[in-house]
Design a protein around this ligand. Sequence first.
Ligand code: 13P
Length: 342
Amino acid sequence: MNLKTLNDTANALVANGKGILAADESTGTIAKRFAAIGVENTEPNRRDYRELMFTAPGVEKFISGVIQYDETARQKGAKGNMLWETLTKRGIIPGIKVDKGTIDMPLSPNEKVTEGLDGLGKRLDEYKALGCRFAKWRAVITIGKGLPTEACLRKNADLLAHYAAICQDKDVVPIVEPEVLMDGDHTQQRCFEVTEQTLHIVFEALRHHGVALEGILLKPNMVISADKCPQQASVDQVAAETLRLFRRTVPAAVPGIVFLSGGQSDEVASAHLGAMNRMGGGPWKLSFSYGRALQHAPQHAWKGQAANVAAAQQAFLHRAKMNTAAALGKYTSAMEKEPVGV
Ligand code: 13P
């Protein structure tokens, strides 16, 4: 393990207000996104869609890295170039989702456990040859009656830590993603309790596996009210509680926390990140690794039409720019109306 390489990569991914585009939807998940905009889920359509984001003019000012799905990591663009080389030519770091999705937790079918450790070292060797310098593994934690179970938290933390150790052994920065879902009617306080418990167990597991915290990025949920909770926490309450939680649980050695958007609307995801950085007070960089909150707008502008590519790129750049402003603590809702002007 080369800790300097790992730390340099992790720092580069959160430098200057930049953040990560999570474009690693599995073929099944992108099918749902495409269905919503009336686009057929074919390989050329997936290629064209992702290529339009990777080639948006000036994207490298806001986006430091892209998490790809296996297909994209091996895919050529419309002109025959490797898509990952399109990224590296712009100074954007290619990354790769390496988990293989979730299955029901044995004996607790309302919870999930993530698969994908088998052969991971060999797969990382292959991905490194395809330019990848960081990876992602997502664990899913469900809040419900009697949930999460201790077994689910411990199993997922152990898998995350083992994955992170394998990545660091290959000098690939692991993004450690324990996502506490916002589905349900639980309060912000309950989200706080479960996320706190989750992060304590995850960092304990990382320590047991010898993972160097200077060479990871944490990708967590924010501390928010569940989508169906009647009492919704305000933007400032979310920011304050999320910061309070991370000060308790995330060691200062971690270079950056890159949030998932998890179903928050585009503007709310930017507002939460912006408020946290305005309040400040943590030793780590706070940035974004958004999937839906970066892609919803460009998908709806594109709708699979070549004639809409430029408009879709502008919609994507706008969201990327808003989130970079948020990571720098400069975001205001008034900025949403500004032209992109990259
Ligand atoms: P969302 O921002 O849409 O939650 O996606 C981020 C991600 O990578 C989930 O694993």
